[in-house]
Design a protein around this ligand. Sequence first.
Ligand SMILES: Nc1ncnc2c1ncn2[C@@H]1O[C@H](COP(=O)(O)OP(=O)(O)OP(=O)(O)O)[C@@H](O)[C@H]1O
Ligand SMILES: [Mg+2]
Length: 410
Amino acid sequence: MIWIAFFLRRRREIDYRAFQQMSDNQDTLIELVQGMQEIKLQDSQAKRRWRWAEIQAKLFKVQIKSLAITQYQDGGATFISQLKDIVITFMAAKSVIDGQITLGMMLAIQYILGQLNAPLTQLVGFVRSAQDARISLERLGEIQNQSPEDAEDNDKSTLIPKGDLALNGVYFRYNQLHDWTLADINLTIPRGKVTAIVGVSGSGKTTLLKLLLGFYQPEKGNISIGSAHLERIRPSVWRRQCGVVMQDGYIFSDNIANNIAESEKGYFGNYDIGKLQHSVHVANIRDYIEQLPLGYNTIIGARGNGISQGQRQRLLIGRAVYKDPEFLFFDEATNALDANNERVIMEQLNQFFQGRTVVVVAHRLSTVRHADKIVVIDQGKIVEEGCHDSLVTKGGAYYTLVKNQLELGN
Ligand SMILES: Nc1ncnc2c1ncn2[C@@H]1O[C@H](COP(=O)(O)OP(=O)(O)OP(=O)(O)O)[C@@H](O)[C@H]1O
Ligand SMILES: [Mg+2]
């Protein structure tokens, strides 16, 4: 058993490596399937296949190592066990020759030895399985021991105070080794008003929204709603009040009604038809849905009907409207739409926005120009704030951003 225990550390190491390789293997497989279109477009099949083969080879090597360790453990254990048999037999035989025990006693000892060996081998096997179980449990524990985001911590408030959303000296970065993604953000998002966030690609707009939605915590500074800090409010309670269209919003493989009524509590297929019709009307997709043979029951998503990017965005808007929330966050929610569609939706949405706190992120002038407040972000810092007219007159960062679109308008 000491011999078996001796290998525990090495086994753990190899076990971790094997699982790492297996997850790499799964990842590449999924990537190959999901990225098929791109792989064909770039004609990179052979390259990708070689990458896959390399991973198989690595996986195979790790498995061979694991097998070798098992062999060492078993071989060593058998060797020790056989050695013990020989020593005992030798001692018994010597005792018979010396006249200390009879021949019958020696045979009895042999018999006992034979009977004992089978359970002993089983015990050794058991110890090895126990090692495997222990290593697996350790690995499970890494995930299992993380406290759930919404742990039943009763000290977190379930009330959301009325008031402005405010970021006070917020600093944030995704990686400790990197520069700040957002630095020194001081911003008030007035209650019941529309605030637009603009900025070049990669300036940190989506990141700002993710902080507001509680997906990440600021490293320095804090976010507050009225008198309360966001981190003191239960994330689930907060998000229930937020209607969100993310840039990479997800459409489930389900029918249209369920996709829009995702926020509805209870069983699937439970939705309010009136609310549903209102939300598809606001999102300007009612005509499309109602001309489908199965209407709201049409299955869309990976297993169903393909939909266009613009239809996807409109469904996501419908989903946010259906939720009827106090706070709305739109990240490039209308950028795939044609100008006509966008105009209609923006008109409907402007009505819907009445009395709600709204944050829209957009590159298009038509989406942001009527916002009550426009915030310009550049490289994670706020560089300008104000309304459309004052910012255009000022001729600063905002003007540079939308200059081309302004000229187009003229
Ligand atoms: N999950 C992540 N891990 C590490 N870095 C990230 C992550 N998401 C974004 N970043 C980086 O943070 C910066 C800000 O990204 P963000 O998505 O907020 O930009 P954005 O302003 O929304 O841009 P766009 O207009 O193109 O959507 C970028 O430099 C990006 O590379
Ligand atoms: Mg973004």
